[in-house]
Design a protein around this ligand. Structure first.
Ligand code: PRX
Length: 660
């Protein structure tokens, strides 16, 4: 930890106390949903009551009388004696309120097909799907794996599972068969919902074949009984009789009558796997009432949502937490109209996103710094060709946004005036925790700034003592919050060890942070062995174990190196086995990159792989990653006196120099 600390303090992205601030315009402040700063102290005086008030915005089939039960930390319960149905909060209640004709989803397919779905239609489709899932044996408490592209049926599937009180485990469509299988096994899913394929970069990404491969692994036996397949791309797929069913054929038997039943607030809603410091992904468990309360409240307040008039677009894939909280549950609980887009930003041209904003009149736009930096590299000519004047709020998520990208985003996409909300949160927090409120906060480019009302976060030193303004340390959340992770699926001990061991009842987020002179929070990146590549979390240990599974690799070390576009990039150092014939200096990099992509998924593909004779180690045999990171980032390598053999470094340096 101390070793990482040095890196954090000297992190080059931020300059704490930067004088540059942007106050909300009088016009924005005037119309903003929240423009009275007293919300902060009122919530701080009695946070539990603040959240209970927010929870009242949901529809409860049985009202709660308890707010927070923290009698058995770190296992929190929120609103535990209340009951609700998450899906009907996102659907039926809006229809009952007369909003059935409002568009819930404008779907834009990558090839150019589009479809707009109203709340009434979405409700109808979810009810039919719920009936179909019931016929396939899905019951409250079960787990359903979802491996899908960004199409409406993905959202319909999630809501149908939730409607039945079952839990979904959405697996990002870019993950490999191995990764999918590990997630299916860990959650013991009995049903997989997938599609024949999806469109990405003008190609069909084949999803069903990957499900087949996943289920054939480890001798074939798995918990999965049925595979439900949505037809999207009409590519050839093999259907296994008795196991595989076409969605469009099955659904014809079911009508739209389905009464939603209330489930306890702590009923599991979903498991979402994320990378940790060890090789095995963690199944982050979220439950119902507290989660829905916080995602809906933050979605409304942070984006200043006016559901009657706004068109909202979050570009995240549903396979990540941002897709769960700010494509599915937050916006739909709030009755928002939103855009979802299937494909990549450059297909067919780099104007695609701006064309979509123009087409639907998007007014709230939420994306990641890595995307902004990719656009920024191409200049303003492309976005300037489109009418982006509908935009009034911009959001950022996934990693710190460097001030240069922040300014470009505001000037070019936000017409020099849209407030940018830089939202800090995690898969584990479930919802946004630290972010400006656009009608109140004087924005500082590069800082997520202030814990939201009802949230208490601060920066502490290694012993857990608050560092105070102007100092750096580790980010902690001091009190339980409604959408917090409840446990790691099947592994309570790992939950305790990962987040609570270090500081007792304060949640340790794994991020370094700094408070500036005003007390605003500046996030400085992970302090553990988790990398952040294009806003996606990857574990060094997971990629290392994928590499050593290759028959020619004896040892591997992986580091996250800073990268101008993706934030960080994966750099791997590998030692080959003595007697192996497969890899040569010429083919090793390509072959090993392919291997990692096949083992984990394309997102984990290393940017560079260096085959080296030895790895730098301490006398006790520990790999010194700090030095490998210096090297990968082109820095002068630091202190090597702890190495067992200092010569190792010069041979590695020679090797890298020869490759450049
Ligand atoms: O390091 C922080 C970074 O992303 C991590 C969480 O990753 P994940 O669970 O995949 O969720 C990403 C989307 C919520 C955090 O520990 N991170 C996320 N948002 C920001 C951020 N770092 C700085 N600023 C942010 N706005």
């Amino acid at each position: 930890m101390t070793e990482h600390f040095g890196t954090i303090e000297s992190h080059p992205v931020h300059h704490a106390g930067a004088p540059e601030t942007y106050a909300p315009s009088a016009a924005f402040r005037e119309q903003a949903r929240i423009n009275d700063p007293s919300v902060y102290w009122r919530a701080a005086e009695d946070p539990e009551n603040y959240w209970a008030e927010q929870a009242q915005n949901l529809q409860w089939t049985k009202p709660f009388t308890e707010i927070l039960d923290w009698s058995n930390p770190p296992f929190a319960k929120w609103f535990a004696d209340g009951e609700l149905n998450v899906a009907s909060n996102c659907l039926d209640r809006h229809v009952a309120a007369g909003l059935g004709e409002r568009v819930a989803i404008h779907f834009e397919g990558e090839p150019g097909d589009s479809r707009s779905i109203t709340y009434a239609e979405l409700t109808h489709e979810v009810k039919r799907a719920a009936n179909m899932l019931t016929s396939l044996g899905v019951e409250a408490g079960d787990r359903v794996a979802i491996y899908m592209p960004m199409i409406p049926e993905t959202i319909i599937s999630m809501l149908a599972v939730a409607r039945l009180g079952a839990a979904h485990s959405v697996v990002f469509g870019g993950f490999s068969a191995e990764s999918l299988r590990a997630r299916i096994d860990d959650a013991e899913a009995e049903l997989v919902i997938t599609s024949d394929g999806g469109y990405r970069k003008n190609r069909v990404s084949s999803l069903k074949p990957t499900v087949d491969d996943a289920l054939a692994l480890h001798g074939g036996g798995s918990t999965v009984q049925k595979v439900l397949v949505v037809e999207r791309t009409k590519n050839d797929v093999t259907m296994v009789p008795g196991r595989d069913l076409w969605w469009h054929e099955e659904i014809t038997a079911f009508d739209g009558d389905h009464e939603a039943q209330g489930f306890p607030a702590e009923n599991p809603l979903f498991i979402l796997y994320t990378s940790g410091t060890t090789g095995k992904p963690k199944g982050i468990l979220h439950t119902s009432g507290g989660y829905l309360t916080q995602v809906s409240t933050t979605h409304k307040n942070v984006f200043d949502l006016k559901p009657e008039t706004d068109v909202y677009w979050c570009t995240a894939d549903i396979g990540w937490v941002t897709g769960h909280s700010y494509v599915v549950y937050g916006p739909l609980a709030n009755g928002a109209t939103q855009v979802i887009y299937e494909g990549t930003p450059e297909t067919p041209t780099w104007g695609r996103w701006w064309e979509i904003i123009q087409k639907y009149g998007v007014s709230i736009f939420y994306t990641a710094p890595t995307a902004i930096r990719s656009f920024m590299k191409l200049g303003s000519e492309i976005p300037d060709q489109y009418d982006l004047s509908s935009i009034r709020v911009l959001g950022s998520v996934g990693e710190p946004i460097n001030p240069e990208a922040w300014r470009w985003y505001r000037d070019v996409i936000g017409a020099g005036s849209a407030p940018i909300v830089d939202t800090w949160w995690q898969t584990e927090t479930g919802a946004i925790m630290i972010a400006p409120l656009p009608g109140l906060t004087n924005l500082k480019p590069g800082s997520a700034q202030v814990p939201l009302p009802g949230i208490s976060a601060t920066v502490v030193d290694d012993e857990g003592n608050p560092v105070g303004n102007g100092r750096g340390g580790l980010l902690v959340i001091q009190r339980p919050w409604p959408s917090m992770v409840r446990t790691i699926w099947g592994d309570d001990q790992r939950f305790i060890d990962t987040y609570w061991e270090k500081f007792g009842d304060q949640y340790f987020a794994g991020d370094g942070a700094r408070l500036d002179e005003d007390g605003d929070v500046w996030l400085l990146g992970r302090v553990d062995d988790v990398m952040n590549v294009s806003g996606h979390r990857l574990s060094t240990a997971e990629i290392e174990s994928a590499l050593v599974e290759h028959s020619s690799i004896a040892e591997a070390a992986v580091v996250g190196a800073s990268d101008p576009t993706t934030g960080q990039a994966v750099v791997a150092y590998c030692v080959l086995k003595a007697q192996q014939e497969l890899l040569t200096d010429d083919n090793a990099e390509a072959e090993l990159k392919k291997h990692v992509a096949a083992q984990i998924g394309a997102i984990a593909r290393p940017r560079n792989i260096y085959v080296v004779a030895e790895l730098p180690k301490t006398r006790s045999g520990k790999i010194v990653r700090r030095i490998l990171k210096d090297l990968a980032e082109g820095r002068e390598i630091g202190d090597v006196t702890t190495l067992a053999d200092t010569m190792v470094m010069s041979t590695i340096q020679d090797k890298i120099a020869a490759r450049q």
